[in-house]
Design a protein around this ligand. Structure first.
Ligand SMILES: C[S@@+](CC[C@H](N)C(=O)[O-])C[C@H]1O[C@@H](n2cnc3c(N)ncnc32)[C@H](O)[C@@H]1O
Length: 502
């Protein structure tokens, strides 16, 4: 039975030699064999650079990669297909890291943690080319060995060569049969290795999803797909028709659920669209659009004039809420604790057709008067386990103990949101995590007055959120809703709607 895959994107412990311990560089070659300079392959070099940044500096691949690609494109010989391959190598290697670690581990005679991190990055990149792409095996091995010669030296390149040659013995399925335990022996570990997720994440997602093997397998696989870029046409500022035309008929599709959504099915650069540059439209997952729309659609008793987004940064939902509020003549206060993120909210709301204000404030010690809003959204900080498709390295960085850190903040923000809304008004509690400890358990605790700070409890009741996501199937038994990548094509957003009763 295989061990739990290492948590690979922790800073990796350095060893003295890393590879086979032999000296690197020209002198490492066979005696008498003429020295050949290693070939620099810009695609693999770039992919390696991103993996190192992710590993060493805790960088986010989706932030590091685009500027490196832009720089590489300044050289005419680096073409669009090179950029596509570099992107695939980076994202694929990071996503499938757990599986590749298990395979690499089976091919070496020491613990993975004793292999130098840069060596492991070259091996993982090679493993992805061999097991996760159609690159012919000989090309995958030789490109990886050349990369190793450039970035690690000739000695360690030999180690890379030996390991990758072992990997060529089987295809991905063949390796998985060898390195993962049978499902019947240890279902979670089997799924963790097959679908490259940390075991605790498999366990948490399965708890939240329920059901049998097929559902969780579909979810884990959906997490390994690159999500489509989805746009939102902010109502009153642009239209889906305008976006469909701008993106082009061949590659644009209407949203699945949101009337404001347009999907860029073939990818593309949203920043090149005029409506996006002018802030009349934005990039926004349909799950986030549905959350903002549901909060706006839920009925409130009486006046409907003052809306609050209590955790607004960077401003995606605030911009949609602002546009929806404007259609009703309502005012939106968008509040965000971090000043630099509040500035992003300002940017997202600039040009909003109705009245709004952006402030930097701590939602657990709010400056506003209790009971002064008719609708309140708190899209609280969370583990982000519902957005694993977007951040390929995130699953390896998160730890179960992170949830304990979020717990008091999530409860405090929901409690203050309930205090901020007037009796008869509605609060939306949202997370982009389906983890029950961040969703139902938080709502339950706050409603039952459990946990620190509970003395300031106000009375509220859950209302069925499903009717306010009309047309969206498979929303569960209610009253809260949980969206899923494999069922809805969205991030796994959670929403509970609560009405203040006293
Ligand atoms: C999940 S994000 C919100 C995303 C946002 N609703 C959107 O759609 O763009 C959570 C935000 O809450 C902010 N935050 C964290 N602690 C907070 C607090 N005590 N009060 C208010 N905002 C807080 C974070 O800085 C982060 O920007």
């Amino acid at each position: 039975m295989s061990e739990q895959p290492r948590q690979p994107r922790q800073p990796r412990r350095r060893t003295a030699a890393g590879g086979n311990g032999k000296p690197s560089g020209p002198q490492g070659g066979k005696q008498g064999k003429p020295y050949r300079r290693p070939q620099k392959d810009p695609v693999r070099m770039l992919a390696f650079e991103v993996l190192r940044a992710v590993d060493e500096r805790d960088a986010y691949a989706n932030l590091v990669l685009p500027p490196l690609l832009r720089k590489a494109r300044q050289d005419e010989s680096f073409q669009a297909r090179d950029a596509a391959l570099a992107t695939e190598l980076v994202y694929g290697t990071l996503r499938r890291q757990g599986t590749y670690d298990a395979v690499i581990k089976a091919c070496i005679d020491r613990p993975l943690r004793e292999v130098d991190p840069p060596v492991l990055d070259v091996l993982s990149l090679g493993a992805h080319q061999l097991l996760g792409t159609r690159i012919p095996p000989h090309a995958a091995v030789s490109a990886s060995v050349e990369l190793a010669r450039v970035v690690l030296g000739d000695g360690r390149a030999k180690f890379v060569n030996a390991v990758l040659r072992k990997i060529t013995a089987h295809d991905l399925e063949g390796w998985l049969e060898r390195v993962a335990p049978p499902y019947e022996d240890d279902a979670e570990e089997h799924l963790a290795v097959y679908h490259s997720h940390p075991r605790w994440v498999v366990s948490a997602l399965w708890d939240a999803l329920g059901g049998g093997r097929a559902g969780i397998e579909d979810l884990l696989e959906a997490d390994n797909e690159r999500p489509e870029v989805t746009l939102v046409a902010r109502p009153g500022r642009s239209t889906p028709e305008e976006l469909l035309e701008a993106v082009g008929e061949e590659s644009a599709l209407p949203g699945r659920w949101s009337p404001y959504a347009v999907r860029m099915a073939e990818g593309g650069e949203p920043g090149a669209l005029e409506a996006v540059r002018e802030g009349r439209a934005g990039v926004q997952d349909e799950g986030s659009q549905l959350v903002a729309m549901a909060l706006a659609a839920a009925p409130v008793e009486g006046r409907d004039e003052r809306w609050l987004d209590g955790c607004a940064g960077p401003g995606g939902k605030a911009a949609l809420l602002g546009a929806l509020a404007a259609q009703r003549g309502a005012f939106l206060l968008a509040s965000e604790k971090q000043p630099h993120r509040a500035r992003l909210v300002e940017k997202a709301l600039a040009g909003n057709p109705g009245p709004y204000q952006v402030i930097a404030a701590d939602g657990t010690r709010p400056p506003w008067l209790p009971g002064s809003f008719d609708r309140v959204l708190v899209d609280v900080p969370c583990s982000g386990l519902g957005a694993l498709r977007r951040r390929p390295e995130a699953r390896w960085r998160r730890r179960p103990e992170d949830l304990e850190g979020f717990a008091p903040l999530q409860r405090g923000l929901l409690r203050e949101a309930l205090a901020a809304v007037r009796v008869g008004g509605v609060v939306g509690y949202a997370t982009c995590s389906p983890h029950l400890a961040e969703t139902r358990v938080v709502v339950d605790d706050v409603l039952k007055g459990r946990g620190a700070g509970a003395s300031a409890r106000v009375s509220a009741e859950l209302i069925d959120a499903r009717p306010y996501m009309s047309g969206v199937p498979a929303l569960g038994d209610g009253p809260d809703v949980q969206l899923w990548p494999h069922l809805h094509g969205t991030d796994a957003m959670y929403l509970a709607l609560l009405r203040r009763t006293a």
